[in-house]
Design a protein around this ligand. Structure first.
Ligand code: AMP
Ligand code: ZN
Length: 495
């Protein structure tokens, strides 16, 4: 019985999900976080950008299957698949099991997603949940002549790939010869046929904790393999959109293409989308450069850049005011302007509800409002231009303010008014994902934020990290929020 059920399920699945010619959905795959520490605002920028893409596709009426993975198998620090395993080194630092690190930072990431009003992906697969599939793809690449085993590890053979008329480097515009020259003098290349070859599977050293059995001995997968496997498992061998930050274009996405073509013979992705970096003082925001701002620092204002706390929605608007493919420097002035802009847009949304028709129609105003409403879709259809969308929403807000100040009367036809109002609200709330924090703050959002803060403080206390725990209590006190520790946990009160 169960095997009949299994066959039935697998047939139904194939029929419904894996029709490669005409899938019943838009497939969107986004590289998710490596869960070894807290995400910073740079990471948040990338995830907000793809949240907006998902929201706009849904707004257009598409059914979207949105897959965003969790990288939890612990890839190595450098681009050639060498160095230390980030999750394991963090686990040594925090004296936790690697999977405790994974759990802790996955939960933290989900809290941050809620804070910035990010939709949940429809599937959130983990690398450790797909080890078998990764081993299968590595085997297939060996069988197809694109990979080789060496001393318990498996490497992708870039020269073999290129000699079959493929072009490693085509996405990022890199040249294989130049890449090889760049790698030549680096250590640790002995196992590889060529310095440019990258790891599909790495043999685990005796002290390595995160390890799995494989046909080549105990080891762990290379970083690039998980995304090749999980994207095509859930979206088909060719899918619509693959996203990630610009810094992933090479080598991560370049390697993904090579793996997929080598294993299936098929170009995996129709459209690549890369978000540009959030910078701080002109440099990419990154934990390792020590210039990151964490969501908690933002909402408490406890960071040298900040003059006070800023709301997640201010940051959401600030980020979306730039096109996703442009670099963006986070500055105090930018935050202050976005805060004012957010208030303007939310006020306009509120005024809209109080407006009524004046009874006479001014055709020029009627045309102008219709043109503004049309423009929202036009600019978004042009490569998701949220910068122009927000500029249009500001123009719409100016009109709304004029009507509001003119006895709340609108000199336009009823269909124009209804359309203008619905489009303004849909693009602000549904597409840009802004929420009115003022409406929700006192109970809902503040509760969510405080649960996150209390959770982070609890972890700090468990780790005897007293400076962090004190910093949180003091910053909250400055913001007139008092923490109360009691036997059932910690609660808070606003003074
Ligand atoms: P990671 O956990 O480092 O793999 O990063 C998760 C996502 O955030 C990836 O898509 C990165 O490209 C992206 N990312 C990392 N740093 C930044 C930054 N400063 N600005 C924008 N996106 C970033
Ligand atoms: Zn990826």
């Amino acid at each position: 019985m169960s095997s009949v059920l299994q066959i039935y399920n697998s047939l139904a699945r194939q029929k419904e999900i894996f029709d490669p010619v005409n899938p019943p959905y838009v497939g969107l795959y986004v590289c998710g976080p490596t869960v070894y520490n807290d995400v910073h605002l740079g990471n948040v920028r990338t995830f907000i950008s793809f949240d907006m893409v998902y929201r706009y596709l849904k707004y257009l009426g598409y059914k979207v299957r949105y897959v965003r993975n969790i990288t939890d198998a612990g890839h190595l620090t450098n681009e050639r698949g060498e160095g230390v395993n980030r999750i394991e080194s963090q686990s040594q630092l925090e004296k936790l099991e690697p999977m405790e690190i994974v759990q802790k930072y996955t939960v933290g990431f989900h809290d941050v997603c809620r804070l910035f009003n990010l939709h949940r992906p429809t599937i959130e697969p983990t690398a450790t949940g797909h080890i078998i599939e990764q081993i299968e793809m590595a085997k297939q690449l060996i069988n197809n002549g694109y990979a080789y085993e060496s001393n318990g590890s498996v490497y992708f053979d870039v020269n073999a790939y290129n000699s079959h008329n493929h072009n490693y480097g085509k996405l990022s515009g890199r040249n294989t010869e130049e890449l090889i020259a760049g790698y030549r003098d680096l250590d640790g290349q002995d196992e590889k046929r060529n310095a440019i070859d990258f790891a599909l599977w790495k043999k685990a050293s005796p002290e390595h904790i995160m390890r799995w059995p494989s046909p080549w001995g105990e080891g762990f997968p290379g970083w690039h393999l998980e995304c090749s496997v999980m994207s095509t498992k859930y979206l088909g061998t060719t899918f619509d959109i693959h996203g990630g930050g610009m810094d992933l274009k090479f080598p991560h996405h370049e390697c993904e293409i090579a793996q997929n073509i080598g294993a299936t013979g098929t170009e995996p992705v129709k459209y690549w989308m890369h978000t540009n970096m959030l910078n701080f003082n002109g440099q990419k925001m990154s934990k390792s450069l020590g210039n990151s701002i964490l969501p908690l620092e933002l909402i408490t204002g406890n960071h040298p850049l900040l003059d006070k706390a800023y709301s997640p929605m201010t940051v959401r608007l600030l980020f979306l005011q730039s096109h996703y493919s442009s670099e963006l420097d986070i500055t105090l002035k930018g935050l202050q302007d976005a805060e004012k802009g957010l208030r303007r847009l939310l006020n306009a949304a509120q005024y809209l509800d109080g407006l009524c028709l004046s009874g006479e129609t001014n055709t020029t105003t009627d045309d102008e409002l219709n043109q503004l409403a049309d423009k929202c879709k036009e600019v978004m259809d042009d490569d998701f231009n949220t910068a122009k969308l927000i500029a249009t929403l500001y123009e719409m807000a100016s009109r709304i303010n004029i009507f509001h100040n003119d006895n709340k009367k609108c000199p336009v036809s009823e269909p124009t008014f209804t359309r203008f109002r619905d489009i303004f609200k849909a693009f602000l709330f549904e597409v840009l994902g802004i929420v009115n924090e003022n409406e929700a703050t006192s109970t809902d959002t503040l509760d969510k934020v405080m649960n996150l803060v209390i959770d982070i403080r609890k972890t700090a206390r468990e780790n005897k990290d007293w400076p962090t725990s004190d910093k949180i209590r003091d910053a909250l006190k400055d913001a007139k929020i008092i923490l109360k520790d009691n036997k059932d946990g910690t609660s808070y009160e606003v003074e």
